[in-house]
Design a protein around this ligand. Structure first.
Ligand code: NDP
Ligand code: 2IT
Length: 444
């Protein structure tokens, strides 16, 4: 396999899908050497079978706003790979969503889920519907309309969706309600459900907490204490909030948050009290992060991201390609020691190059943010057993999964000079498990 040739062929077949090409490129580059040590992989054309999703559904979603106006949006579900378990992955509602973004996310999810050690394949879905400024009733009608198409393609042993950007507990509840009505069955087909109907404790916290647990493992390799470290966090949604929560609990100092309009920089640190304000602002009133700066009198920079601010650690937790090569250079120049990704593919290839050349601790999303889907997997287990575990039980399992992912990255990503290339480690470890399962199951 020559990664450049495989990529060129993919670009010819699927033009104008830059995010998908970007995600595939990163994985191919990392696994090329290992792949070529297995001639049986090449004969089975494993690489194309792994890069191209099994299938992708697209459908029109029609819904009515509060004024009676009818709208249409596009809905999608990409089922990438189910060789190690049912398709599993979130649903994203965002105006910018395209098939390319969903294909990159489903591709990444396959390797991430493989790393978790739990039996889950990879998938992703969503819509170009924008939840911004919509009433709860509009959100409910949209979710119901979306599920009237999606429900045929999913099921507890087929494909299990969850949340992602624009989809949290409220949306999962609405989608689950309609799914239950259409199928006349109560199954664990969605994860991230409410606690009264099969949801798991710690699922809302899992991605952010998991990212900090992963960061702790990385810091441990360099004997660095997280206490007192200034942390730049981007985003202000689910992942960013629980990242801050765990950082504060451990004595680190988160100093920034952002949304699509700009970022706040609070040099005094975001405290638990201020974080409660953010949770209310974002989850209840659905306001903008600028309001934090108005309330606490700190710096707000419109139309910008926080990467030029001085800090020890960066945890990008908003969206893909939110941190470019120039941003990475500024972070490194300012002495950043670790970057751990809460979002999916937030760093551009140029940024990753800068981090790795500077030999700082850098963890890609598919390893560092795997805590969310891991606890989704644990929710599936609890649903199958019709029991629920305590907070402590789930949190301990999450910690041990993140530790295990870190160990696997070190195992497959340690370079001759001792530097751990976490991108390589995560990609090889994730890939090898999927590849072995594919080889064992024949040409299907
Ligand atoms: P939320 O919808 O809760 O929050 C998203 C945050 O990112 C908001 O602050 C939002 O600002 C900002 N954002 C979204 N799109 C853009 C954009 N195009 N440009 C700038 N800012 C943007 O989503 P999550 O916190 O759940 O997801 C954040 C990231 O984490 C995503 O990359 C997601 O794929 C990833 N992730 C999520 C997991 C989960 O369990 N939820 C698990 C693993 C990864 P605004 O409100 O202005 O749009
Ligand atoms: O990107 C992700 O891992 C998620 N959005 C969570 C997926 C899940 O099934 O919990």
């Amino acid at each position: 396999m020559k990664s450049e040739e495989v990529l060129a062929q993919l670009k010819r077949r699927f033009p104008n899908e830059p995010e998908y090409h970007q995600a595939v490129h990163e994985v191919l580059e990392s696994i090329e050497e290992v792949y070529n040590q297995h001639p049986e992989f090449e004969k089975a054309n494993l690489i194309e079978r792994l890069c191209i999703p099994d299938r992708m559904f697209s459908f029109r979603v029609t819904w009515v706003d509060d004024k009676g106006q009818v709208h249409t949006n596009m809905g999608y579900r990409v089922q990438h790979c189910n060789v190690i378990g049912p398709y599993k992955g979130g649903i994203r509602f965002h105006a910018s969503l395209t098939p390319s973004i969903l294909k990159f996310l489903a591709f990444e999810q396959t390797f991430k889920n493989s790393l978790t050690t739990l039996p889950m394949g990879g998938g992703k879905g969503g819509s170009d519907f924008s939840p911004k400024g919509k009433s709860s009733a509009e959100i409910m009608r949209f979710c119901q309309a979306f599920v009237t198409e999606l429900w045929r393609h999913i099921g507890p042993d087929t494909d299990v969706p969850a949340g992602d950007i624009g989809v949290g507990g409220r949306e999962i509840g609405y989608m689950f309600g309609m799914y239950r009505k259409l199928t006349r069955e109560f199954t664990g087909t969605f994860t991230g459900k409410g606690l009264t109907f099969g949801g798991s404790l710690i699922r809302p916290e899992a991605t952010g907490y998991g990212n900090v647990y992963f960061l702790l493992e990385m810091l441990k390799t360099s004997n660095i204490d997280i206490k007192g470290k200034k942390c730049l966090v981007s985003g202000s949604g689910n992942v960013a909030q629980y990242t801050c929560e765990k950082l504060i609990e451990l004595g680190a100092i988160p100093v920034s948050l952002s949304d699509s309009d700009g970022y706040i920089y609070d040099e005094n640190g975001i405290t638990m009290e201020k974080l409660e304000y953010v949770k209310e602002l974002k989850e209840l009133y659905r306001g903008r992060i600028k309001e934090y700066a108005d309330t606490y009198g700190c710096k707000y920079v419109p139309n910008a991201r926080p990467w030029a601010e001085k800090a020890d650690i960066a945890l990008p937790s908003a969206t893909q390609n939110e941190l470019n090569g120039e941003d990475a250079k500024k972070l490194v120049a300012n002495g950043v020691i670790a970057v751990s990704e809460g979002a999916n593919m937030p760093s551009t290839p140029e940024a990753i190059e800068v981090f790795q050349s500077a030999k700082i601790l850098y963890a890609p999303g598919k390893a560092a943010n795997a805590g969310g889907v891991s606890v989704s997997g644990l929710e599936m287990t609890q649903n199958s057993e019709r029991i629920s575990w305590s907070t402590e039980e789930v949190d301990n399992r999450l910690k041990s999964i993140m530790k295990n992912i870190h160990e696997n990255c070190v195992k497959y990503g340690t370079q001759p000079d001792g530097y751990v290339n976490y991108v390589k480690g995560a990609n090889i470890a994730g890939f090898m498990k999927v590849a072995k399962a594919m080889m064992a199951q024949g040409i299907v």
